[in-house]
Design a protein around this ligand. Sequence first.
Ligand SMILES: C[S@@+](CC[C@H](N)C(=O)[O-])C[C@H]1O[C@@H](n2cnc3c(N)ncnc32)[C@H](O)[C@@H]1O
Ligand SMILES: *[C@@H]1O[C@H](CO)[C@@H](O)[C@H](O)[C@H]1NC(C)=O
Length: 255
Amino acid sequence: MVSLVNNISSPSRNVIIMSAAFCVYLQRSWSRSGMDKSKGLVEQLQKCGVVRSKKVAEVLESVDRALFVPEGTPPYIDSPMSIGFNVTISAPHMHAMCLELLENNLQPGMRALDIGSGTGFLTACFALMVGSDGHAVGVEHIPELVARSIKNIETSAAAPLLKEGSLKVHVGDGRLGWPEFAPYDAIHVGAAAPEIPPALIEQLKPGGRLVIPVGNKFQDLQVIDKNSDGSLSVRSETSVRYVPLTSRESQLNGS
Ligand SMILES: C[S@@+](CC[C@H](N)C(=O)[O-])C[C@H]1O[C@@H](n2cnc3c(N)ncnc32)[C@H](O)[C@@H]1O
Ligand SMILES: *[C@@H]1O[C@H](CO)[C@@H](O)[C@H](O)[C@H]1NC(C)=O
């Protein structure tokens, strides 16, 4: 498993990523008891090749997942977990992968938009990456989740950034983006879109990067770079399974 994960020249990227999840799962049983759990999870993600950047590792260690999952939910297992409203907090390896893909677009002072911010975990990570001179904006369409995410963030390492206003979470339909702080250096979508919402392309800065799962049942994690002339470069990173980016009504009806 480990060798597969490290074999980045493998033609089948999705095999690599499924292995990454499985690799983290296998390593769990090797982790020493009494070790700091958040740190332990990040170390596993590093051994499995999902986390490569030092900055990403630091941020993932400092934002404790336990503060973002519902009570009674195991926080340090590499799996998505239900957070109510028919949605999940994404698996740690997906959070890690998206941070890695966006790292160059999450430099201090840059602007980041997190669509479908859910628990607020990744929005908090973005805020720590861009710092107090940047902007990290979360958009989530379930008001109760927005309220809960703000409470979560208030207990986390990103609390000062929320207080001073460089980190914000809004209730809204993420398919429309959030024009107020556009254009963005980084846009992440945490739910699968049947097609790329045009507003998100519009709100991407030249030089900016959008990471978005695209598809219905079978989805690709697409990486879209806006070039300086405004043209787009698109590639698929891996196959993924996310809940749909949809209307509030469809989500709550489970349709
Ligand atoms: C996989 S979940 C949460 C992801 C988040 N990154 C996390 O780990 O907590 C996807 C989220 O997208 C939200 N969502 C779905 N469609 C949306 C829309 N049109 N606008 C805003 N949020 C949406 C869901 O309510 C859900 O919270
Ligand atoms: C989730 O979807 C199901 C249908 O699959 C529906 O019956 C249920 O009410 C939904 N739950 C919530 C919390 O919206």
